[in-house]
Design a protein around this ligand. Structure first.
Ligand code: DX5
Ligand code: ZN
Length: 234
């Protein structure tokens, strides 16, 4: 289980970093106060862009102690999950649309000792995760269509974030609610108000002149409102 955060977690997305200096860019955000490193894996098939695979994750493992938060935008995902686990991923998140058996995929991730995440595209309803909460450590809400950094935040997703907050709190489970896409100091307060625990930010961190200032600005958007106590052992 992931311990429920008592402050907003910030996960810079390496997608917006300088790809010729990934090790240095990883260390830089860790020193700047980041909590998790977000790694966007794209296959040019599930999403219209290609990034990197397990070899890059493995190479970066030795550059950081931060949990490596791997976001798989590949289909099928199942055949590659062991490789990402062995590469040193701590969290592995999948889109329900990337395979026919989400329950089995989450079981596989958990069986490898990793945190299992479910990612909801803008058009994907909250019901996609409702029946697998017992196998879910992270729910990631896409506030852009996956595939590219630097897109405009979709405010239409705020209602969904609030619904998921309620679903998680009602379940009493220790599930982190993450938001991915278009996060800036302007949009961060909106998602935190709706109940987010963890902000993923590419452009807002790596596009800023000072990473520490950028991370502080996002975190200063405030902690999410107090939640009901979590059931022990959830
Ligand atoms: C998009 C990725 C995001 C992306 C966010 O498919 O999942 O993690 O890096 O980039 P920004 O923060 O620039 O919207
Ligand atoms: Zn992502």
């Amino acid at each position: 289980m992931i311990t429920a955060p008592n402050r907003t977690l910030i996960a810079p997305s390496l997608l917006a970093a300088d790809f010729a200096r990934l090790g240095e860019e990883t260390r830089a955000v860790e020193q700047a106060g980041a909590d998790w490193l977000h790694l966007d894996v794209m296959d040019g098939h599930f999403v219209p862009n290609i990034t990197f695979g397990p070899l890059v994750v493995k190479a970066l493992r030795k550059h950081t102690k931060m949990p490596m938060d791997v976001h798989l935008m590949i289909a099928p995902a199942d055949p590659y999950i062991v490789a990402f686990a062995e590469a040193g991923a701590d969290n592995i998140s999948v889109h329900p649309e990337s395979g026919p058996h989400l329950h089995r995929t989450l079981q596989l991730i958990r069986s490898l000792g990793k945190k299992a995440g479910v990612v909801l595209n803008p058009a994907t309803p909250v019901q996609a995760v409702e029946n697998v909460l017992d196998l879910t450590d992270i729910i990631m809400v896409m506030t852009v269509n996956p595939g590219f950094g630097g897109q405009a935040f979709l405010a239409s997703q705020l209602t969904k974030i609030a619904k998921l907050r309620e679903m998680i709190d009602d379940s009493g489970r220790d599930i982190v609610l993450q938001i991915d896409g278009g996060i800036t100091p302007k949009t961060a307060p909106l998602v935190l108000e709706a109940g987010a625990d963890c902000l993923i930010a590419g452009t807002a961190v790596y596009g800023a002149p000072d990473y520490a200032e950028a991370i502080t600005a996002l975190r200063a958007a405030g902690p999410r409102p107090a939640q009901a106590p979590l059931a022990s052992g959830g």
